[in-house]
Design a protein around this ligand. Sequence first.
Ligand code: KG4
Ligand code: ZN
Length: 333
Amino acid sequence: MKILGIESSCDETAASVVEDGRTVLSNVVASSVEEHKLYGGVVPEIASRRHAECISQVVEQALRDANVTLDNIDGIGVTHAPGLIGALLVGVNFAKGLAYSAKKPLVPTHHLRSHIASNYISNKELKPPFMCLVVSGGHSHIVMVESYTKMKIIGRTRDDAAGEAFDKAARTMGMSYPGGISMDIEAEKGDPFAFKLPRPIVHDAPYDFSFSGLKTAIINTIHNASQKGETLPKADLCASFRWAVVDCLVTNFLKAAKDYNVKTLVIAGGVSANSLLRRRLQEECKNLSYELYMPEKKYCGDNGAMVASQAYYELLDNNIADLDLNAVATLPI
Ligand code: KG4
Ligand code: ZN
């Protein structure tokens, strides 16, 4: 089965054709990130306008690259939630138009489920059940993936998402949006123990995260130094902050795995590209004899292939929408 996947939940307009949930035939991504850099974060109105401008070319290109026409497509998957509402609406309405005109099933796809599905593309042998750490710019969840379409949240962030914390801390250090990647690169040159930062824990919820205190701690460290006219070494700040965030993620994830007796662990989302997170989990999982799966870096960020992959499994489960499908800004997984 060939599925066309369409993604427009944030600042990437993306489309892809994937065969049987696993084989990518095309993958086209257009991003408006350069414009958002001017404002230090995603401006929803600009994101929606750019989606509207380029979605038809992106989808056409994805079909052309896959050497197929809509006639050869078995279903149209689209991210309908969660995300920026105006941005989601562009993809949802475009997909509705295509599904109606081509008489193809319209498959509503949850953005976080799609991030998890990026692993089915990169790891052909991976099958549920497993536990997944989903870490992106908007979410930080520990998810029990019971089947391709049945999932339960075990832990979540109480405030900032991990990616959001990286981006905000990076901005204080003068790095442009989204700072997560720049911070990761800079951190490789620094000492992770140069600055002592807290490890916030959420009482009575051992799998939940809290990153806002950690973010405030690094911001205060930088501001206090600058008031004294001091400039702190950037690489050490980045390395210390990255170490602290990754430590929180790894600690809670491994605790959840142990308590739930799960030995297959998976990571997903933009922050799953983080080099320290990948290294530390590789080491810990090797020591504990757990299996660890990660998406290839090119599928960590938002893309259409992960949508097409998840939509394949949603379609097998008969999750088909009517043409009154709406976009939803927040929706449980
Ligand atoms: O999944 P994603 O592309 O979009 C959302 O669904 O939010 O995630 C974007 C987030 C941004 O916060 C970005 O800074 C972060 O992922 N990110 C990283 C890295 N690459 C992207 N954070 C830390 N280290 C990275 N290497
Ligand atoms: Zn995402």
